[in-house]
Every structure is written in structure tokens, then in C-alpha cells.
Design a protein around this ligand. Structure first.
Ligand code: SAM
Length: 196
């Protein structure tokens, strides 16, 4: 079974940035790095069945989408700075049609959110994460693709695109979590369900 996590990073920049200012001039790239880290890494290992996508919508060249495949990545460590360095490498790459590989398991694309969700609907069921959704406890999650917003949530335009393609709006409860915390909770939940 696969698991896929998508973050829509509305402010994250789309050209190389200063590694010393991830939360400032890089447009909350710290959130994106933590999201990728929590999607892929466990203690001393990588989740081979997990994939993380970051939809970068900040200036100056939106949209760019990053893809990190747990089954393929090498030369990647869980800390924010290391992941940010890899993102910088992806943002320097000349992006061709479709996905451009920048390192083992790391890809960049110029596709739009709608195209990404069309592609991911082939991989599994799409669940939109929102506090007011149906309780995740009652939802069967088969090859789930989870879509989350950043610190600003999801714009009305992007929400329309997601709602057209998702199976369900799913909630982790009333507490508002950061996107990377949602990933940690969902990975735990999926791990526990797999053990049973
Ligand atoms: C920091 S929250 C967004 C906060 C933003 N101010 C808002 O009101 O939408 C980041 C994202 O995590 C997800 N999220 C946070 N808490 C959640 C919860 N309890 N259940 C489901 N998704 C949640 C949502 O996708 C949200 O867009």
C-alpha cells in the first residue's frame, strides 16, 4: 500500500533561496522542508512506500511542484537544511515537459495543481485535510493521497480544484495542526492500522 502527502505552499518561492532564511524570504520553506521530512523519514530510515509533493506557489515563477519518492531517494537527510539544499537544487534545474529528475527520487515539474491531482487520482483516493471534515477514524484509507494547506490554509480557487477531485474531506479532530504534524499523525495512524 502506498501513502502520498501533498502540501500547497502558497508563499514558498520558486527560484533558489537563502538557506539561512527559510521562514522569511524563502516564503515559509521551513514548513515545506518539515512536511517532506515527516512524510519520508522514520528513525534511521526512509519510508519506501511514501511520496511527498510540494506545490510551490510563491514568486517569481509559480507554479513549481516538487516530488520526493521515498522508494528512490538517496543523499537526503531529515533535517530542514539538508532538504532545503535539495529543494534549491531542484529550483535551479532547467524544467522540461513532465517531471525533471534532479537527484535520485527528487523531481520537479511545472504542472498545475489540477494536473497533479489528475495524475494522483490514478495512484489512490484523494483526501482533503480540513478540520471540519469527517472523522478520519471512520474512513477506510486505501493508497491514500492526502492534501493539506500551509500556514494560510488553502485558497478558495485551489479548494475548488481539490473538491472537484477528492473522495472526502477528512478531519484529524478539532485541534488545528501544522501541516507536517498532520503527516506525523497520519503516518502513525496508517502504521497502526497496518499492524492490526
Ligand atoms: C496550519 S493549518 C492551516 C491554518 C489556516 N490558518 C486555516 O485556517 O486554514 C495547515 C493545514 O493542515 C491541515 N490541518 C490542520 N489541522 C487539521 C485537522 N485538525 N484536521 C484536518 N486537517 C488539518 C489543513 O489542510 C490545513 O490547511
Amino acid at each position: 500500500m502506498s501513502r502520498t502527502f501533498v502540501i500547497i505552499a502558497s508563499k514558498a518561492v520558486t527560484t533558489p533561496f537563502n538557506l539561512n532564511d527559510l521562514a522569511g524570504s524563502a516564503g515559509r520553506m521551513d514548513l515545506v522542508c518539515r512536511f517532506i521530512s515527516q512524510s519520508l523519514f522514520i528513525s534511521h530510515g526512509v519510508r519506501r512506500d511514501s511520496t511527498a509533493y510540494a506545490v510551490l506557489k510563491g514568486p517569481p515563477e509559480p507554479v513549481k511542484i516538487l516530488r520526493f519518492e521515498g522508494g528512490e531517494v538517496r543523499y537526503l537527510a531529515p533535517d530542514e537544511r539538508n532538504i532545503a539544499g535539495m529543494i534549491n537544487k531542484a529550483l535551479k534545474a532547467e524544467v522540461k515537459c513532465g517531471w525533471t529528475r534532479v537527484s535520485p527520487g527528487v523531481y520537479v515539474s511545472r504542472m498545475e495543481l489540477a494536473d497533479l491531482l489528475e495524475e494522483l487520482s490514478e495512484r489512490g483516493r484523494i483526501y482533503y485535510l480540513r478540520e471540519d471534515g469527517v472523522d478520519v477514524d471512520g474512513v477506510e484509507l486505501i493508497n491514500p493521497v492526502f492534501v493539506a494547506g500551509d500556514h494560510t490554509g488553502v485558497s478558495p480557487e485551489d479548494e475548488e480544484i481539490i473538491l472537484e477531485r477528492c473522495s472526502e474531506i477528512v478531519s484529524l479532530g478539532k485541534v488545528p495542526y501544522q501541516a507536517d504534524q498532520c503527516v506525523t499523525i497520519l503516518n502513525y495512524l496508517l502504521d497502526r492500522r497496518a499492524e492490526r
